[in-house]
Design a protein around this ligand. Structure first.
Ligand SMILES: Cc1ncc(COP(=O)(O)O)c(C=O)c1O
Length: 281
């Protein structure tokens, strides 16, 4: 909500462009840009002036125009089933935004805070957003989220009116302390350096004729099966018999989610792989 308002305030425009199969949240603004009619239909009317592009389709960048306030994308699409940007895609989006004066907002609520092996996923794809949105891993389990931008853009919220975006619990000291501690642990325990090897260990173990594909960006991973009908009993067994907490994705119901804490050990990975293979078998 804050990122959308800030982009409107900064550009003086109202158009928004986001991706099909994106998920950005349940509130009216976030729901408006979420790329699934099924999720939105019962709550219309929502925000006007929203266009949806196909993620990774360069031809659709023409939807970004001089009326666009912001283009909002997940750097790596989460609920679409872990879809990575193809080489050159995000730089092309960045270039189009800069050309027409639209702000690029990257939603890293799922892929940020180290999950992909760098602090931010966008570091791996050659772009820098104008506004960055994060939450989830940010609090190490405590509730906190943020939208981050430069002082030149943020200043829009300071005047006319003042308090352009405030909330009752914004900046809550306990959540902020938890987030700071999370950052410290990530740095002191050098957790980012271990992400690629941990992901590789999972991928090496997760080999089975029923597995069609494994997609991942660091420890954000999707394991694809033929169909939901094949996957659902596997998930049920993983939960009930193996003690493995997993599910499928909102917009990709043939894929199993793997998103462990960055602190997961090699022994825990091996136990998870063994349990999942048993559940598949
Ligand atoms: C990519 C992404 N953006 C936004 C959200 C919404 O976050 P919240 O539920 O904290 O509003 C989620 C939640 O799953 C998400 O995965």
């Amino acid at each position: 909500e804050g990122a959308l308002k800030l982009a409107k305030r900064h550009t003086g425009r109202t158009g928004l462009v986001s991706a099909l199969n994106s998920y950005h949240g349940s509130t009216h603004g976030a729901l408006s840009i979420t790329g699934s009619e099924g999720f939105k239909n019962s709550y219309r009317p929502l925000l006007p002036g929203v266009a949806h592009l196909r993620y990774n389709e360069l031809a659709d960048l023409q939807l970004i125009t001089h009326d666009t306030a912001a283009v909002i994308l997940e750097t790596v699409q989460g609920e679409a089933g872990v879809r990575l940007p193809q080489p050159g895609y995000l730089p092309a989006v960045r270039q189009r935004c800069t050309e027409v004066g639209a702000l690029l907002v990257l939603d890293e609520i799922q892929c940020g805070f180290g999950r992909t092996g760098t602090q931010w996923a966008f570091e791996q794809f050659g772009v820098v957003p104008d506004i960055l949105v994060c939450a989830k891993g940010m609090g190490g389990g405590m509730p906190i989220g943020a939208f981050i931008s430069s002082p030149e853009i943020m200043v829009g919220f300071q005047t006319n009116p003042i308090l352009g975006h405030c909330t009752t619990f914004g900046g809550h000291p306990v959540s902020c302390a938890a987030s700071l501690a999370t950052l410290q642990v990530i740095q002191e325990e050098n957790l980012l350096a271990g992400v690629a090897a941990k992901a590789a260990r999972l991928r090496t173990g997760l080999v089975h004729p029923a597995i069609r594909e494994v997609r991942n960006c660091g420890l954000l991973m999707a394991v694809e099966f033929d169909s939901f009908e094949v996957l659902k009993p596997i998930i049920d067994r993983a939960l009930a018999e193996e003690g493995i907490l997993t599910d499928w994705f909102l917009f990709c119901d043939n894929s199993l989610r793997i998103a462990p804490p960055l602190t997961i050990t090699e022994a825990e990975i091996d136990a998870a792989v063994t349990g999942l293979l048993r559940a598949i078998q």
